[in-house]
Design a protein around this ligand. Structure first.
Ligand SMILES: Cc1ncc(COP(=O)(O)O)c(C=O)c1O
Length: 347
């Protein structure tokens, strides 16, 4: 059994890459998706949870059994919670209240204390999730993973995601596309890949309402507007984003991202979160503007299982007036004709 002598942290990474078929059939470029949702905590953030906490532990800043505090949209929390489980640490996660119930409940079930804060307040408001996390850190004896300003976030991708992609693909692609939140994924991965592939184009995906694309293009801060997509875009500039590592940003909107997220499941069997739909949409928009076809690699950050009450819930889609795929009325009618007239129904 020596071969299985590993814990849950040891199996983070080495995620597979699949090529899209039907969803991108109208473009000549090839789109490849790296399925980061197959990490044990269900997202790419397992990589930073493990790396940041291990680095803290190696430096003596986090003791086994110690307390970890983080401001998270849920995925980094899950990654940190895995580390906390293995090392007997406690964790407190501060979250904005727009995050899905699945993410909040999972963190509580993993043994963490979760603090919910209003989404619709300025970052410097004392009730914002950044401010609350900072207050906890000032007043508790804890290790602050601080994904928005800790350079070990991009460093973790420089040391794991970047080399892994290069090894898996042998550098045989033209463009790398990732959604940007803390910017850790795109900044660290781009730094490694551009060292090996100087001609690589790196495209960031930003939701409409976020300030990142405008800041990249002009250096100016603008006012942010709310949007529904989770994990992407910001209303401030995290110091973990290296704007020089990003060649271009593409804007995507909530509805088109969610519609594509569901299409990825229905047409490709890719059960991913909304930021994957957003990133694939960014890749398609990038491809549509090309003169000649390219090979484009896209990151799928997290699992659809975290959004079953939202994107994968038809009632939720309808409540936002988002477009739903039509059901097969003919098949539904023939099923209905067979069903007992009461108590049994298609849902
Ligand atoms: C679902 C999801 N997608 C994408 C991202 C963006 O990744 P990064 O923070 O590395 O820019 C995040 C970050 O929280 C996320 O939670």
């Amino acid at each position: 059994m020596k071969k299985f002598d590993q814990n849950i942290l040891d199996i983070i990474g080495e995620t597979p890459i699949v090529k899209l078929g039907k969803v991108a059939s109208h473009i000549d470029s090839d789109i490849y998706v790296k399925l980061e949702y197959l990490n044990p905590g269900g997202s790419i953030k397992d990589r930073i949870g493990k790396y940041i906490c291990q680095t803290g532990m190696d430096a003596g800043e986090l003791k086994p059994g110690g307390l970890i505090v983080e401001a998270t949209s849920g995925n980094t929390g899950a990654g940190i919670a895995l580390f906390a489980s293995v090392h007997g640490c406690q964790a407190v996660f501060v979250m904005a209240d727009k995050q899905s119930k699945e993410k909040i409940n999972a963190l509580k079930a993993m043994g963490a204390i979760v603090v919910l804060c209003p989404t619709a307040v300025e970052p410097d408001d004392p009730r914002s999730y950044y401010s609350v996390a900072a207050a906890l850190v000032q007043n508790l004896d804890c290790f602050y993973t601080n994904q928005y300003h800790n350079q070990d976030n991009p460093n973790s991708h420089y040391h794991s995601t970047g080399p892994e992609i290069f090894r898996q693909t042998e550098g045989q692609f033209d463009a790398f596309v990732a959604g940007v939140g803390t910017g850790g994924t795109i900044s660290g991965t781009s730094k490694f890949l551009k060292e090996k592939m100087p001609d690589l184009k790196v495209i960031g995906v930003d939701p409409k309402g976020s300030i990142l694309k405008h800041f990249h293009e002009t250096g100016e801060m603008t006012e942010a507007h709310s949007y529904v997509l989770e994990g992407l875009g910001e209303d401030f500039i995290p110091t973990t984003i290296n704007f020089k590592a990003i060649d271009k940003f593409i804007t995507v909107e909530d509805e088109e991202s969610f519609v594509l997220t569901r299409e990825l499941l229905q047409k490709e069997g890719i059960f991913a979160g909304g930021s994957t739909g957003a990133a694939v949409l960014g890749a398609i928009k990038y491809a549509e503007g090309l003169d000649k076809p390219e090979k484009i690699l896209v990151i799928a950050p997290d699992s659809g299982s975290k959004y079953v009450s939202k994107i994968y819930n038809n009632e939720w889609m309808k409540s936002h007036s988002y477009k739903l795929e039509p059901i097969d009325e003919k098949l539904a009618a023939s099923i209905n004709s067979i069903l007992p007239k009461t108590d049994v129904t298609i849902v």
